[in-house]
Unconditional design. Structure first.
Lengths: 317, 303
């Protein structure tokens, strides 16, 4: 067990390094000289040469990667071309906003998915089951950026009930857990929750159906336990797998919220990425993707470790 | 006497086996078709997709207007306007025509990356699964790196760095799906590799190439194919999403994702016209998803 944990943690290091290499290469595969990612296109020639030397861009690629990695490890993600501010200062605020949206959305999706999947798995083959499976398929097939637009049309344009954009009355001001701010969260969170809802419904339905067909459930029933008591046993068996799926979904939402954030002008990493793409601001693009991917790697690790700790059936050596 | 009967008996047995094999393989596909026929949802989805496919292929013949020709005096007409059954867009172009033409690029960008990824991913995955050892290590650890990115983020990262354009978007999406197909291909190949008939083929002197071509591919292509069909739905949503972000198709080319983006400003004027391209993406994607589920059940693929 201890050696498994150690090995799993050690294995995350080469992955993280490779992810770093990939993000470093993003600027290299971009068309044009990578120097254009640091200085504006209209900078004078001698300034460009100066910067090229300062940044070590005249050195071979492996050396450059080393320098870049050293800076990243010290929290220096470079400067934005568009604003001139350090990438990290813009990114840190955006990450908090995205995390808030992703946590609320995945929580919402998890609850709905567990209810639907639990009902479907318990009453397999019934009308409830078919309805839940139908909702799940629709949830994973819907282009969520479009769903966001439809929700805006219905709740903002037609009914005038909820705001269509931003993260607060002042657009993107400081967050507070009050109604003024929370009403901005409702539509994006519901939109984003649809994907994990679909996936969790499918997964939970499968897990529950599999557990219900095991012998120990028959034995419990034979002992004369009520439906409710049996349900507790089933939930205990299903929880580790369901939680693992949900943990990964949070990571997918963090990275995947770019489209929803664009629709709702939610001031998170997605909107930051979208603006970076629009202005070809490569340092911001690179920094944002690096941080999001590292978050995902860390989350994968945590999910694995927690699952191992929670589920005594998993004996990893 | 016995010298002459033994070969003929063996031949007879081989013939019987061959006939049984022929009957059995026929039986498999006949069984798949029989199960499919009894599945109204799958058949319905296949028919909807077929109708859409015909409509977008025949767009030049059946579209009532020119997809690029707009007019400032008939911008953003409502659904049901005479001559413009689905209204007009923000530049006064006929929506029905644009949707028909737009389907061409949306379908193209939804299917082509999956086809590329299917070919490349299956080759690498079967290689990894069949060769094992260091080759397996090298291929599978490389796919692990790509699994460190949520797929939307990976697609946005690659096409964002490369810049807008259909080819860049297709390249990015292909790279997103290759690792996923490699994982499935590797796991089914590893399952088949140690079965008795592969050992028998090896013992009878078949080369590795022959074993893979005859014995492995025949058993792994079905499951991988079913998995790949389930990716078409994801790919279509992602491709339209890239266009929605301005990373795929460029205006004035009609494409569903891009149309959604340019019509976004019109949701206060003609909301129901503005959401039409998304309806098309949704219908296509849900039909491909249900079709893939139906195929999986009919072909009895586990996983």
């Amino acid at each position: 067990m201890f050696f498994y944990l150690l090995r799993r943690i050690l294995y995350a290091i080469p992955i993280a390094l490779a992810v770093g290499l990939f993000c470093f290469m993003l600027v290299q595969i971009a068309p044009g000289d990578p120097i254009n990612a640091i200085v504006p296109a209209d900078a004078p020639g001698d300034v460009v040469e100066q910067v090229r030397r300062d940044y070590g861009l005249d050195k071979p690629l492996p050396v450059q990667f080393g320098i870049w990695l050293w800076k990243v490890l010290h929290g220096d993600l470079g400067r934005s071309l568009a604003t001139g501010r350090s990438v990290w200062s813009d990114l840190s605020g955006a990450i908090v906003n995205t995390l808030r949206l992703a946590i609320v959305a995945s929580g919402l999706g998890f609850i709905m998915g567990c209810v639907l999947g639990g009902l479907a798995g318990t009453f397999r083959g019934s009308v409830v089951d078919r309805a839940a499976v139908g909702i799940a398929v629709a949830g994973v097939s819907v282009p969520h950026y479009w769903l966001g637009m439809v929700l805006v049309v219905v709740f903002s344009v037609q009914l005038n009930m909820l705001p269509a954009m931003g993260a607060g009355p002042s657009g993107s001001g400081d967050w507070a857990w009050n109604w003024e701010h929370m009403q901005h969260l409702i539509l994006p969170a519901v939109t984003l929750a649809v994907i994990p809802m679909g996936i969790v419904t499918r997964t939970v339905r499968g897990i529950i159906a599999e557990i219900m067909s095991q012998e120990f459930v028959t034995a419990l029933r034979g002992k004369g336990l009520t439906r409710g008591r049996i349900f507790v046993h089933v939930v205990k068996n299903a929880a580790p797998n369901a939680l693992a799926v949900m943990g990964l979904q949070l990571g997918y939402l963090m990275g995947g919220s770019i489209l929803v954030e664009t629709v709702f002008s939610w001031p998170g990493t997605g909107l930051l990425l979208n603006n970076a793409i629009f202005q070809r601001d490569l340092p911001v693009l690179q920094g944002t993707i690096l941080v999001l991917a590292m978050f995902f790697v860390a989350l994968n690790l945590v999910v694995d470790l927690v699952q191992t700790a929670l589920d005594p059936r998993i004996k990893r050596a | 006497m016995s010298m002459s009967t033994t070969p003929s008996a063996a031949e007879a047995e081989l013939a019987v086996q061959a006939r049984q094999a022929a009957v059995k393989s026929q039986g498999y596909w006949a069984g798949v078709w029989k199960r499919l026929r009894r599945d109204p949802v799958t058949i319905g989805c296949a028919l909807v997709l077929l109708a859409m496919f015909l409509a977008i292929v025949l767009a030049p013949m059946i579209a009532p207007h020119d997809p690029y020709q707009g007019s400032m005096i008939r911008r953003l007409r409502a659904i049901g306007t005479p001559n413009y059954p689905l209204g007009t867009d923000e530049l006064g172009r006929d929506m029905l025509t644009r949707l028909l033409y737009g389907g061409r690029l949306s379908w193209f960008m939804g299917i082509v990356p999956v086809v590329f990824a299917f070919v490349i991913g299956t080759s690498l995955g079967v290689l990894a699964g069949f060769a094992g050892g260091k080759v397996n290590m090298a291929i599978m650890r490389t796919t692990d790196i790509f699994y460190a990115f949520p797929s939307v983020l990976l697609a946005v990262a690659i096409s964002g760095a490369l810049g807008a354009g259909i080819l860049n978007a297709i390249l990015a999406l292909t790279l997103v799906f290759i690792p996923q197909i490699i994982r499935v291909a590797e796991s089914v190949t590893t399952g088949v590799r140690n079965l008795d008939f592969v050992d028998a083929a090896r013992a009878s002197g078949a080369s590795a190439f022959t074993i893979v071509r005859v014995h492995v591919l025949g058993n792994v292509l079905g499951p991988i194919f079913v998995y790949a069909t389930s990716l078409i739905s994801v790919c279509m949503i992602l491709a339209s999403g890239l266009s929605f972000l301005g990373l795929g198709t460029k205006p004035p080319e009609p494409e569903w994702g891009l149309m959604l983006n340019t019509l976004r400003t019109a949701i206060y004027v003609q909301p129901w016209v503005a959401v039409l391209p998304g309806v098309c993406i949704f219908i296509t994607s849900i039909c491909f998803n249900l079709l893939s589920d139906g195929l999986r059940q009919a072909m009895d693929v586990k996983a």
